[in-house]
Design a protein around this ligand. Structure first.
Ligand SMILES: [Zn+2]
Length: 309
């Protein structure tokens, strides 16, 4: 954002023929000290600088380029949001082409399915108000004005009630939220045969079995969990099975090995019925993640059935 309020949109690497950036790594022949480090110390964040301009004119050259290409000054970088992400388009994986490797499946895979399902639902007439919320900052705790802990959704419901009712009252907002239900569309982990000791035997998600429901999330037993009511789980079972959706139920890994939370807890706080229900992934949080085509399609079918029924 420039000082005058105008905006420069920057996407380098998306178009064919675009340049990309690169982070250097040490030559293994010189890595005697590095190879002794623990994995948690191996990638110091401050050392992950990218090659963006290497010619002799260094900073002047880069600043000149930014000015020419995007009409931004060096100072404009103070009010910029720039992210470096793995470069490259998604690819089909395996001779059966059944998997898709891509950057950031978590959580574009569920978001895309949910948006498609909502747009489809809008063509018919859903019997209740249908919404999807795509929120930011989930990996760092859902804080801030764009995270799920913000009052955005609450405020939106309040705005709707304000326009709909003759004498709107705050209790109407609370009742509307309490009577709502939600699928928390976040990914879960597929059991990796290379790491069987972190599987919850018989309780782990697998590829090609459809989206995965988790009655509760959390780590090391139910630490930080949001536990869905058995009544709502049963209702979702009815909707999924009644619409021929292929789906599975699992936990995220072996109980004492870790775990993870989702945003479901922040909506459950309103008394809302919430179930975690999303596409299973292998390689979650790695630069390239793996999803099954079948699971992507069944996730879309699941969200459609939910919004419709
Ligand atoms: Zn994640």
């Amino acid at each position: 954002m420039r000082k005058d309020g105008t905006k420069a949109e920057i996407a380098v690497g998306d178009a064919d023929g675009d340049p990309v950036f690169m982070i250097s790594d040490i030559l293994p022949h010189l890595g005697k000290d590095q190879e002794k480090k623990k994995l948690s110390e191996f990638f110091p964040a401050e050392d992950l600088d990218v090659f963006a301009w290497t010619l002799d004119d260094k900073k002047e050259g880069l600043v000149k380029h930014l000015k020419k290409k995007y009409r931004i000054s060096e100072d404009d970088l103070m009010s910029a949001e720039l992210e470096i992400v793995p470069a490259g388009k998604p690819r089909e994986v395996g001779l059966d082409r059944s998997l898709i490797a891509g950057y950031g499946h978590d959580d574009r895979v569920c978001s895309y399915a949910a948006l498609s399902a909502l747009l489809d639902a809008a063509k018919g007439k859903p019997s209740v108000t249908a919404a999807i919320l795509m929120c930011d900052k989930e990996e760092i705790g859902s804080m801030g004005s764009t995270g799920m802990q913000s009052s955005f959704f609450e405020n939106t419901v309040a705005e709707m009630i304000e326009r709909q009712e003759r004498s709107p009252r705050d209790i109407m907002v609370r009742r509307a939220l309490e009577k709502s239900s939600m699928l928390s569309a976040d990914v879960t982990a597929v059991a990796d045969p290379h790491f069987p000791d972190v599987d919850s035997t018989g309780n782990s998600a697998a590829f090609h079995k459809g989206p995965c429901a988790s009655k509760y999330t959390g780590g090391t037993s139910k630490g930080g969990a949001s536990d869905c009511s058995p009544e709502f789980v049963a209702e979702i079972r009815r909707i999924m099975d009644g619409n021929g959706v292929k789906w599975q139920m699992a936990e995220l890994g072996r109980m004492e090995k870790g775990g993870g939370g989702t945003i479901s807890q922040y909506m459950a706080r309103f008394g809302m019925r919430v179930l975690d229900f999303g596409t299973p992934l292998l390689n979650m949080h790695a630069p390239w993640e793996l999803a099954s085509k079948t699971d992507c399609h069944e996730t879309y079918k699941a969200y459609s059935a939910y919004l419709r029924d």
